[in-house]
Design a protein around this ligand. Sequence first.
Ligand SMILES: NC(=O)c1ccc[n+]([C@@H]2O[C@H](COP(=O)([O-])OP(=O)(O)OC[C@H]3O[C@@H](n4cnc5c(N)ncnc54)[C@H](O)[C@@H]3O)[C@@H](O)[C@H]2O)c1
Length: 353
Amino acid sequence: MSGKTVLVSGSSGLIGSEVCVYFAREGFKVHGVDNNQRAVFFGPPGDTRWNQHRLEQELPGFVHHEEDVRSRQPIQRLVAELRPSLIVHAAAQPSHDRAAAIPFDDFDTNAVGTLNLLEAARQAVPESPFVLMSTNKVYGDGPNRIPLTELETRWDYADPNFEHGIPETFSIDQSLHSLFGASKVAADVLVQEYGRYFGMPTCCLRGGCLTGPNHSGVELHGFLSYLVKCNLEDITYRVFGYLGKQVRDNIHSYDVARFIHAFAESPRCGEVYNLGGGKANSCSILEAFSLVERFSGKPQRYTYVETNRVGDHICYYSDLRKMRLHYPQWDITVPLDVTIAQIVEAWQRRIAS
Ligand SMILES: NC(=O)c1ccc[n+]([C@@H]2O[C@H](COP(=O)([O-])OP(=O)(O)OC[C@H]3O[C@@H](n4cnc5c(N)ncnc54)[C@H](O)[C@@H]3O)[C@@H](O)[C@H]2O)c1
């Protein structure tokens, strides 16, 4: 890869900041784009300025650009000027539930913002790998049609076809997505199209639960981070339906960055990958309570709300076999208990400061 400059959108968020740190260590010049829109979406608890300042203090040469991915010309100018050798697009309106209240902001950010970056890349650096952080919500609530078994603390797939989890061949069509899922489908298909139609090295990473110590978790997004915050601050966590046995697969942001690196070293055109923790790093909400209690030493306060979130997955874990087949040097390196211990430790520090 020549030039070694990475442009990261959403650089103050969980994934963007991890990608900035990772590629700085790999010797890249790192440019971040973020306008702290998370604080607009979720209010002060969503504020990511602290993480921007952390990057500015800890990464020599890091350049923050206070731009909005919705602003076409500034984004085009920035990409043309920097000519990045890698683009990681992690800026988004990331919440399933929030999208219904802000449909235009959601679509403009997720779909149009992605088109702005893609077209800027095509004009200036069509040879540079382009990675979109997509989501498992592109599958809508389709996974909920898989027959399930109820175990003591979680749901699991009863159909042996899904023993490894949800594969990339799962239909994204004719299911309930939420407006967030729909805007992400638009972005996901655009990124595939710039790969297939224009031959650009693009991929969509359809995330399960992406997590880690640098998330600004809020009730509507960042479930493990928010759950830990509630535990430490004695806030009552609300469980929405499915008996608290709904299953998420959790991947540490470091393992996300490692996969992006593997893809950038050996890119393919218009690919999609389901990127989560897989079955080994999955847990139900009830199981997450026990894990967090083990590291915080405090009981989790929670209340049960009968009605589930609209379109919420009852059981979801990613089939990681395609990622491992295409990039055999990559695998999960951070187990779930280590991730949770890190999140507990990070919140203890942030609450104390
Ligand atoms: N965290 C998860 O569990 C998860 C799961 C699946 C997919 N994803 C996807 O991964 C990506 C990153 O997620 P995250 O958890 O790091 O989110 P995050 O909210 O922590 O980070 C996103 C960052 O983008 C910024 N941003 C939002 N709109 C912007 C705009 N218009 N212009 C510039 N910056 C803007 C925000 O201020 C924030 O700092 C998103 O695309 C999200 O949909 C996340």
